[in-house]
Design a protein around this ligand. Structure first.
Ligand code: TYM
Length: 343
């Protein structure tokens, strides 16, 4: 048998992805459908950098020990959903100083007025009136730095992050206008199904792990019994018909959206499948589908988390690779804005 020498044909450079998630507790089904599932899928077509956004988590007061634990656990969970640390880069934001270095320069190119308009700032300052800190206000600048420091082309996020993405584009465009072409203008990647998963307790609010009502969210680590219970209690309406109508039937429509995101069906197909059936049957089917989809992720998570040394090793390598890329951008930006660099 002769060994064939294959000369690889030059591949076109792949576009780059950057996205992040805060280590403020176990991710929810909303985080999964809005972002994490796509993070895994997009690895086939892009060069991806995924990070645990621990600096962003400091905008709300966190217990230091819990933050440290959550950061490692979240990294393990990202590996469990399928992030491949060999082909791509998984790291912790605070391990790459270039993010905060670039954030300062970008802050000096961002207007007070545009940050004041951010809905997340308004929401969070209303929620934590005793801690309306400057970090909460400049949060979108750090997020812009996260994206621009890698010149990311695409940013997979849920709908609630699109305003932050807009401001990142605005900041990049303005900087390029003043200092010459420097940053790639990033595009958002918001999924068709699952971009905004709503609370099971109040379908007018988005599902959030910080909701005081624990039945309002499904965590990726919830076991089947808990998932069944939470869906059983989900707020619906008295109409009794499985039909999509987000304005008149927000609860049922949200459950249909979750179901469709997993089964790949259209709303019409879901309606047809549950025609003549009651909410009890429907909720049980949604819960079963979710529990079955999460079971392999949960098994992987338990396996990976048992090996902390492995997780830390992945994060160490990830930080080194990310820092190399990000450092180059910061040096370029420092030079462009006129900071003296010694040979
Ligand atoms: P975070 O940690 O709040 O959420 C992580 C991702 O989950 C999405 N998401 C949802 N999607 C659908 N339905 C929901 N109910 C839901 N809740 C959350 C979010 O849209 C997000 O994509 N600022 C970011 C973290 C971040 C970041 C970045 C993201 C920091 N730097 C740079 C992209 C690029 C945040 O707080 O996500």
């Amino acid at each position: 048998m002769s060994e064939q020498q294959v000369t690889p044909s030059p591949l076109p450079a792949r576009k780059r992805i950057l996205s992040g998630i805060q280590p403020t507790g176990t991710p929810t089904l909303g985080n999964y459908l809005g972002a994490l599932r796509n993070w895994a899928l997009l690895q086939n077509s892009y060069d991806c950098l995924y990070m645990v956004a621990d600096l962003h988590a400091l905008t709300v007061r966190e217990d230091p020990a819990a933050l440290r634990r959550n950061t490692r656990e979240l990294a393990a969970l990202l590996l469990a959903v399928g992030i491949d640390p060999q082909q791509h880069v998984l790291f912790v934001q605070s391990h790459v100083p270039a993010h905060t270095e670039l954030a300062w320069v970008l802050a000096c190119n961002t207007q007070f007025g545009e940050l004041s308009r951010m809905t997340q700032f308004k929401d969070k300052s209303a929620k934590h009136p005793d801690n309306v800190n400057a970090g909460l206000f400049t949060y979108p600048v750090l997020m812009a730095a996260d994206i621009l420091v890698y010149n990311a082309d695409l940013v997979p996020v849920g709908q609630d992050q699109t305003q932050h993405l807009e401001i990142a584009r605005d900041i990049a465009g303005r900087f390029n206008g003043v200092y010459g072409p420097t940053f790639t203008l990033p595009e958002g990647y918001v999924p068709k199904a699952g971009a905004r998963v709503m609370s099971l307790g109040d379908p007018s609010k988005k599902m959030s792990k910080s909701d005081p009502n624990v039945n309002s969210f499904v965590l990726l680590t919830d076991n089947k019994d808990v998932i069944l219970r939470k869906f059983k209690r989900a707020v619906t309406d008295s109409d009794g018909v499985v039909r999509c109508d987000p304005a008149a039937k927000p609860g049922v429509s949200n459950l249909m959206g979750i179901y469709a995101a997993f089964t790949g069906q259209t709303m019409e197909e879901v309606e047809a499948d549950f025609a003549g059936k009651g909410y009890g049957d429907f909720k049980a089917a949604v819960a079963e589908t979710v529990a079955d989809a999460l079971a392999p992720v949960q098994a992987e998570y338990a396996r990976i988390l048992a090996d902390k040394g492995y997780v830390d090793g992945v994060l160490r390598t990830g930080a080194e690779r990310a820092a190399r890329l990000a450092g180059r951008t910061v040096r370029k930006v420092y030079r462009k804005v006129g900071l003296l660099q010694l040979d």
